[in-house]
Design a protein around this ligand. Structure first.
Ligand code: SF4
Length: 421
């Protein structure tokens, strides 16, 4: 198989593996995961290895830059299955010595030995599903653990030697006050973790919450206030808000997830997994029995057209707080985003929902006094005027980006759909 343009250029690729088993089903969850099929774990791993072997043998001369084992709850699966899986992977493809290897785990499913074992396999980043440090809320959403067990899991992970730990938190939960949310955030901040993902609750189809809609959900205005407060609290404590829902300490951004947002290619293996390779987006079946029978069959494949590619790049790029780098965008897609979308951009800049921003990379010196050495948001008019000045700078020293403002992020769905219309 031919290597894609992206893989050829970078000689590296990312890999996602889906593990669809859980201890019980959370009331808000519509991920493809099962709480009552653990007897199928063994056959699932047979199928998974078959799929991986079938596709990866074609890519022996590239390197895996990130591996992400998500789910489901990957940590309900015995360590032995991962030992086999990693043996297979390392026999098939090079794994970069600097690869970021993440596993999602849940409190109440791991002990110290398990954590040490996965670390010895090469897992160097944990994403822990905490969701809340409020026991009443945890019970209401049907999590299997208490707040104390979540804290204990983070401490065990640190004891095992993990330095790169992320936790997931959900806001906008039933019965959750801003006070309770702030307590959850403050508890997270005491734990010495390096990454926090915060998601606003959405009532998704086929969930317990869609069947029995909970009362006392915060309205949109309250959710927005909570979101803005979250940014304020976490930034004040040294977390960099780098993506709509994600905050990290310096250098601890999720490299794997950045590959999605930067529209890079990746393998996706396992039930319902999605991948993007050789310009083709694909997904696997969501039906477990079908997957076990024929794990190499793709359920869906779409050769991404150049206009789709462009739309995806905008849609994904605007999720990043640094926004879309205009020069990079031009070189990747052959289009000047400022010109092509000038009317939409102007409208949202006037509303205060979008902005142009100059990034001054470290070690740069201001050349002609037109720009401040500090990153600054400009109006559209200033943005274009600034570009003339930019030509007299080293292009390496500056980039000029288009981004959503914090208030724009709150309306990101409708703003993005305007770009895609
Ligand atoms: S543990 Fe995660 S994947 Fe499993 S049911 Fe709960 S939210 Fe869904």
């Amino acid at each position: 198989m031919q290597k894609s343009e992206f893989v050829q250029k970078n000689n590296q690729v990312n890999l996602y593996i889906h593990i669809p088993f859980c201890k019980s089903k959370c009331h808000y969850c519509n991920f493809i995961s099962f709480a009552n099929k653990n007897e199928l774990i063994e056959s699932y791993f047979v199928a998974l290895k078959k799929e991986i072997e079938f596709y990866l043998t074609k890519y022996q001369d590239i390197e895996l830059e990130t591996i992400y084992i998500g789910g489901g709850t990957p940590s309900v699966v015995d360590f032995g299955f991962y030992k086999d899986l990693f043996n297979l992977l390392s026999g098939l493809i090079n794994i970069s010595p600097k690869a970021e290897i993440t596993m999602e785990i849940n409190p109440g499913t791991v002990d110290l030995d398990y954590l040490k074992n996965i670390m010895n396999l090469g897992v160097n980043r944990l994403s822990i599903g905490v969701q809340s440090f409020d026991d009443k809320i945890l019970k209401f959403i049907n999590r299997i653990h208490t707040s104390e067990e979540a804290i204990e899991t983070v401490k065990l992970a640190q004891k095992a030697g993990f330095e790169n730990i992320s936790i997931d938190l959900i806001y906008g939960l039933p019965e959750q006050t801003s006070d309770s949310w702030e307590k959850t955030l403050n508890m997270a901040l005491t734990l010495g973790i390096s990454h926090i993902s915060t998601y606003g609750l959405k009532i998704e189809e086929n969930t317990e919450f869609s069947r029995h809609q909970p009362k006392n959900l915060p309205d949109d205005e309250q959710q927005s206030q909570i979101y803005l407060k979250t940014i304020e609290i976490l930034e004040n404590k040294g977390f960099n808000h780098y993506e709509i829902s994600n905050f990290s300490k310096k250098g601890k951004e999720s490299r794997h997830n950045l590959c999605y947002w930067k529209n890079h290619e990746y393998f996706g293996f396992g039930l319902s997994a999605h991948g993007y390779l050789n310009g083709i987006r694909y997904s696997n079946t969501e039906n477990l029995e079908e997957y076990l029978k024929n794990p190499t069959k793709r359920a869906f494949e779409n050769l991404v057209s150049s206009s789709e590619r462009l739309e995806e790049a905008i849609f994904l790029g605007l999720r990043l707080i640094e926004g879309i780098n205009i020069e990079e965008f031009k070189s990747n897609y052959g289009i000047d985003i400022r010109q092509k979308y000038s009317k939409i951009i102007e409208k949202y800049i006037n509303y205060g929902f979008m902005a142009y921003e100059n990034h001054m990379r470290s070690g740069s010196v201001c050349g002609n006094g037109q720009f401040s050495c500090e990153a600054g948001v400009e109006s559209l008019k200033d943005g274009f005027a600034g570009l003339e000045g930019l030509n007299s700078f080293s292009q390496k020293a500056h980039s000029h980006a288009l981004k959503l403002t914090n208030h724009g992020i709150l309306l990101s769905n409708s703003i993005l759909s305007d770009f895609l219309a």
